[in-house]
Design a protein around this ligand. Structure first.
Ligand SMILES: NC(=O)c1ccc[n+]([C@@H]2O[C@H](COP(=O)([O-])OP(=O)(O)OC[C@H]3O[C@@H](n4cnc5c(N)ncnc54)[C@H](OP(=O)(O)O)[C@@H]3O)[C@@H](O)[C@H]2O)c1
Length: 334
């Protein structure tokens, strides 16, 4: 394990110096057929980084992540609560500590879900996406984000308009790359083709994916591989269920549910190979044929450290993957 982030005592204004060994324990993987390398593990700021969390706590987690080689931070307009506050927190961390490292960071944001009242604060219109991106840039104090996503498809807006907004964001310099999230196979196929036609290739797709939620294996992953589009899984720990902490909670409740049987089976499997359940879940989504990167959430520095350690553990063998399939075949957790 590397030395701890040097940010001084709680609340003091000591200058942050990034760990000089920060690129030693992380692996970087190419996003599809692009020039962009993503850290195998990225950090998401959906929860635990909003206005209700003490700033120093969020700051320490982001800086520890960067010190462990996590160069990619995933945000969205409405992460908080309240909406917008995770971007504000991240903006403060940038200003205080990370702006000297801006060119070592890959920052993403999104628009597509509820953000402000009225007809122009939700879904997929160009009106909403571009106004939202401008607001996100202001909150984070950035001139551009690295990736701007359509957060979800909008059944009532022509896909040409939503993809046109992403193309515009890139051409106007507000974003370097375009991405899509939560698009199912057919929607993704069309979106990728429109973006290609517009001359702004889709860099990445961000779907939900974990051992207990494998929907992307039915066509979407193949499509992304064929099209040279990267993939970044959100909720790779099943929103905290694929962790020893959750299994212990079920144990304490003396749960007899089938969820408990599957999760404790996975936890024992992980223990037998010297891993925690969260580490096994990450080894699994990042296995050969899996996704480019996994975006974890975290509420404590120790969780980030534990999760990053998965990258120095042995990859899953074919036999182990078969055994896991058999344990997971009893799962209805999803
Ligand atoms: N595009 C989308 O629509 C979308 C949707 C959801 C998420 N996302 C992105 O994906 C990111 C991650 O999502 P997620 O929070 O659902 O991911 P997750 O990694 O599946 O779950 C994260 C939670 O697991 C627990 N955890 C993490 N590591 C642990 C460990 N080692 N031991 C015990 N518990 C551990 C923590 O729960 P506690 O807080 O209880 O400690 C943490 O908040 C988000 O921040 C966001 O950037 C995108």
């Amino acid at each position: 394990m590397m030395e701890k982030t040097d940010i001084g005592k709680e609340g003091d204004a000591m200058n942050y110096q990034a760990n000089s060994a920060r690129y030693e324990s992380m692996s970087y993987r190419r996003s599809g057929k692009s020039g962009v390398l993503l850290p195998a593990i990225s950090l998401g700021l959906w929860k635990n980084f909003g206005g209700e969390v003490p700033f120093e706590q969020s700051r320490k987690m982001v800086l520890r992540a960067f010190d462990l080689g996590i160069t990619h931070f995933d945000l969205a307009n409405n992460y908080g609560p309240p909406y917008g506050s995770a971007e504000e927190t991240f903006g403060h961390i940038l200003k205080k500590d990370l702006l000297p490292y801006r060119d070592e960071l890959l920052v993403s944001t999104k628009a597509g879900y509820d953000m402000w009242p009225g007809p122009y604060g939700n879904w997929g219109s160009k009106k909403y996406l571009i106004a939202s991106l401008d607001q996100s840039l202001k909150r984070m104090g950035l001139d551009y984000v690295d990736i701007f996503y359509s957060h979800r498809p909008d059944p009532h807006t022509p896909l040409e308009e939503t993809m046109g907004a992403l193309d515009y964001a890139v051409r106007s310099g507000k974003a370097l790359y375009a991405g899509i999230s939560n698009y199912r196979h057919e929607e993704a196929k069309e979106a990728i083709s429109i973006l290609k036609r517009l001359g702004t290739p889709c860099l990445i797709h961000q779907p939900r994916y974990s051992m207990i939620d494998r929907w992307i294996e039915d066509k979407l992953l193949d499509l992304l591989n064929e099209e040279g589009v990267g993939s970044i899984a959100f909720s790779p720990l099943g929103r905290g269920r694929l962790t020893n902490k959750y299994v212990q909670k079920l144990e304490a409740e003396e749960s007899q549910s089938s969820d408990f049987r599957v999760l404790s089976g996975l936890s024992n499997f992980a223990g037998n190979r010297g891993q925690t359940l969260s580490q096994l879940a990450l080894s699994w989504v990042l296995r050969e044929g899996g996704v480019t990167s996994a975006i974890i959430g975290a509420s404590h520095i120790s969780q980030i450290e534990e999760n990053v350690q998965a990258l120095s553990q042995p990859p899953l063998t074919t036999e182990e993957l078969t055994e896991l399939d058999s344990i997971l075949s009893h799962s209805h957790i999803g």
